[in-house]
Design a protein. Sequence first.
Length: 561
Amino acid sequence: MKNDPTSRPVDAGGAAPAKHFIRQIIEEDLRANTHGGRVVTRFPPEPNGYLHIGHAKAVCLNFGMAREYGGECHLRMDDTNPTKEEVEYIESIREDVRWLGFDWGKHFYYASDYFDKMYECAAQLIRKGKAYVCGLTAEEWSKDYRGAPPAPGRASPSRNRPPEESLALFEEMRAGKHPDGSLCVRAKIDMASPNLHLRDPVLYRILHATHPNTGDRWCIYPTYDFAHPLEDAFEGITHSLCTLEFEVHRPLYDWVIENLDGLPSRPRQYEFARLNLNYTVMSKRRLLELVQEGRVRGWDDPRMPTICGLRRRGYTPESIRAFTEVIGLTKYESLSDVARLEHGLRDDLNKRAARRLAVLNPLRVIIENADALPASVNAVNNPEDESAGTRPVPFSSELFIERDDFMENPPPKYFRLSPGGSVRLRYAGFLTCTRVEKDAIVCKWSPPEAGLKVKGTIHWVSAKHAVPAEIRLYDRLFTVEDPLAQAAAEGKDYHEFLNPDSLVTVAGFVEAGLADVRPAERFQFERLGYFCADPDSTPGKLVFNRTVTLKDPWAKAAGKR
């Protein structure tokens, strides 16, 4: 039944997700009929960059709670700063939210949709003596007037300007009669407050800049702290869910709501800890630096924590949604381990990814008893999914195997191929090495029914039928868990911790069936990891990205396994 607090979804294992504090708040509001049984959330990104995995947590929370409790979630572009916002970012945000599996229906909005109403709200506060037009520059304000707790600040010389005079100046600001930075509208709150956000914060400022949505209609723009509560009130938001850095802004959010008459609703803000992920950076500014400096190949570089980068790398939306659920929701900051994200991805891809054969570092094998060979062998598409069936894979007298799967002088307990030794070929019987030549090894083939007792199994592709492919082996972008914190502690530039091996490109071969692969198709290359066809692929050139290894090499290197 709609808005039934007991009808919560279950995860893949059959267990209900944890009842975190936001769920508890919503369920209590539903029991108390606080909002008339309504649950309306919103995801309000600023269109000044691409969404990353941290935003995915907010997307999944806001859309997830609305879906779970029979409500609605609005997608709203908080486009209050035209100097940093672009249509490119707006379109990418819409695409990313859809890819994560969510739909806003008819509820797509811009903050700029409400600029007329926001202007009237600011004018109302001025008329009520709760706001004024200030003539101090930003530098003068921060240096000489705002102050720093516990000391109180100084009142602006404009603080007691008559409302009529402030209203006239506000109209002149709107008419473009004053230059940027010369005037602003400030709320008149408390210059002695220990919360700096209540020391007469700016509500409106002058910006002569073309807006991506409203063009040149406006040259004054509301600040985010003023616009945010108004947008929520105009849209009837019941639960305004923000990350923890906005907790200190909540008194101003509440002040705006409490001091305006005629608002259609009275929303509440609740804060949760943002998602921080190790071995990367999550700041939009830092990510933009990496792009602009050419340290990555763009916002969708598979090493980036952006949603488009994760999508290009081969991540699934299901794995990201599951990750945001499993890490939970708290009120304290923490650093999440990317290994947990990768573990969930492996579990997801293990169930859905078709198995294929590929060789990344090829060594040629010549089979001497060529007359005995079958033309093809039958291979399982996915052992986790019987309905996936099987496929024929071409076989021939020349194969490629991994160079690491052969040693001419092996150490004790080496179970792969060596002179005189035998291994099982995946799906295709056995190989016994009879001699070593300059650029190849020569082997005898035995059929599966030969029943040779071996301890090792290796993969292969038919050299005659193999398709060349560029394989991009991606790894973590940084070599330390928290590059910004470590750089600050050691007095270094965080760029010094960039991983020089975060991308290694090799020329490999894949089985013939992948010749017509489509971009974004995901596979497990047996024994090698999970891979995804990159958009750079063309009919004449295959490109695959390694999404994730079969096991966590970083944990093994750290002695955790």
